[in-house]
Structure formats: C-alpha cells, structure tokens
Design a protein around this ligand. Structure first.
Ligand code: ATR
Length: 275
C-alpha cells in the first residue's frame, strides 16, 4: 500500500507515548526548514512488535523514533543495523531504505553532545566520570564514554549487571556497588545518573560538596527535580536530560533529512513547553 499524499510520514512509537516531546521537536524543525513531512505519535500496543514495526515501513513511513518498550524490537525489525546500535543492543531511530529498515542509536552521541555543551572548554580529556546505573539508558552512556579519553567508573545496585556491562561495552571502566557512593562521587569530576529515580535512590544519596562540578541526570521534567535540587544545594552544577533528548532528535533529523537542525531553538521551545 502506498500513501497518496506527498507529505512524508515520520513518527515515534512507544507505550506509553502521550507525554513524548518528539513530535514537538521534529515538527518544529520540519516547519522551520519547509520540509514536506509530518511527524506523528503512534501508541503501539502489541505482542508482535517486530512484525508491526516491519509493517509500518510497508505503509511508507519514512522514519521512526522508537522508545520504551520497543527499542530492542527495532533492531530485530531492521535489515541493516549501525555499529553503535548493534553494540548497545537497542535502536531508537529507524530509516526506511528500499530493502527495509536501517536501525541506528542516536542516544549515545546525543548524550555526548549534551554533556559537552555543559562544559565550558567542551573537553572531556582526562576527566574522572562516575556513571550511576547499568540499565538500558546507562548502556548508551557507557558505550560512548568508553570511546573518549576519560577515567570511567560505573556503579550500580546490582554489581553483576555493571560487570557484564563493562565486559561488553567499556572494558577499561572500573566497577563498584552503591555502598560507597558519596566517596565515588567525591572522586569524580562529572557524575551521570542513569538510574530510574522512582526507585528511591534520591532519599539515600548523600551529596559531597560539588564545588561547581557537574551532576548530569538523564531524565527530565518532574522526575529528576528533587535530586537536582539536592545536588544544586550541595554546590553541583546540574543538568537534566532535556538537552540530550533534543540532541538525539537532531541526529535522527540529520539521518532522515540530511541537514543539521537548530538544537538551541528546539531546546528553548521544549523548556517553555514543560516548565
Ligand atoms: P532504563 O532503561 O531507564 O535504564 P532499567 O534498564 O530498568 O531502566 O534500569 C534502571 C536502573 O536503575 C538500573 O541501573 C537499576 O539498578 P539494578 O540494575 O540494580 O536494578 C537502577 N535502580 C532501580 N531501582 C534502584 C534503587 N532502588 N536504587 C538504586 N538503583 C536502582
């Protein structure tokens, strides 16, 4: 089946999906560049995700972002997978090709670009970075940081999970449990929180004096407000995951439309929308 309109279809799939800012971001850039396209939100509720994602390509959808819980299925639905997505094991971006979907992961470089934008000299060389968490979100961060010239330590409640992650993605990184978190934070130049905050880590975390060091939380909106407030009160520079969201979207836009969009303008638009 071919669509009749010449307006190209893009979108994001996930469950839940109502809160997604991706349509706002992508349609903002599409409109700015006068591209004949529209980006939609698809609430996909299915037990056959791989087949359903393949089917969307047959309906002439040109590109998709993929969020929870379908990022692993996106890889399975693709005929070609980028090295980054293959390594991390999940994809968040699909591009239609004549053979089928091409799958990529823009979270990793999106995170790196967001992190660099927080640093005055945009340089990570030699920095001691503490990554908290070893779940899905932490994998993209560990993968991209392992390619930088940094001293990476990864801590997680379940130590076996962090050890597996290090073996697979970041062989030079050190691991630890959460039992020494305050000291581990004190030894770091930058702390990245990739745990799910609902978990209750917020109450137990004891921030050492930040002295202007960076505490970067991957989540955005209401979820990280409390932990970021605590960090800020202890003298840390804080950043939430909103900039990362926009940066990963920019890389998807580049892959689909071949142009670099205005990240700063979209970031400001999102800030106004959610704050
Ligand atoms: P995501 O895709 O958002 O990364 P995830 O894969 O479920 O979600 O990972 C959640 C992360 O939060 C994990 O690192 C998890 O630690 P475990 O590997 O030990 O489960 C962490 N997390 C969840 N609950 C936690 C808690 N109460 N205290 C500390 N860390 C917690």
């Amino acid at each position: 089946m071919k669509e009749i309109s010449n307006i190209k279809a893009f979108g994001v799939i996930g469950d839940p999906i109502a809160q997604s800012l991706s349509p706002d971001i992508h349609n903002f850039w599409i409109k700015k560049s006068n591209i004949s396209a529209y980006y939609n939100k698809f609430h996909l509720q299915t037990k056959c995700a791989t087949e359903d994602i393949k089917a969307l390509q047959r309906f002439d959808v040109q590109g998709l972002n993929v969020t929870m819980p379908y990022k692993e299925y996106a890889i399975r639905a693709a005929v070609n997978v980028s090295e980054t997505a293959e390594k991390i094991g999940v994809a968040n971006t699909l591009k239609s090709t004549p053979l089928g979907w091409y799958a990529d992961n823009t979270d990793a470089v999106g995170f790196l670009n967001a992190l660099l934008s927080c640093l005055e000299n945009k340089d990570l060389t030699g920095k001691a970075i503490l990554l908290i968490g070893a779940g899905g979100a932490a994998r993209a961060v560990a993968y991209i940081l392992s390619k930088q010239n940094v001293d990476l330590t990864i801590v997680n409640r379940t130590v076996s999970k962090v050890d597996d992650l290090i073996t697979e993605l970041a062989p030079a990184a050190k691991s630890n449990s959460l039992s020494d978190l305050t000291n581990d934070m004190d030894a770091a130049d930058i702390v990245v929180n990739a745990t799910s905050l609902k978990a209750g880590l917020v109450d137990s975390i004891e921030f050492p004096d930040g002295n202007g060091r960076l505490f970067f939380d991957l989540s955005y909106g209401k979820a990280p407000e409390e932990i970021l407030r605590k960090a800020s009160q202890s003298g840390w520079q804080t950043e939430d995951g909103l900039r990362m969201l926009v940066e990963q979207a920019a890389l998807s836009h580049e892959l689909w439309h071949g142009e670099t969009p205005d990240v700063e303008a979209a970031y400001q638009m999102c800030q106004e929308k959610i704050r």
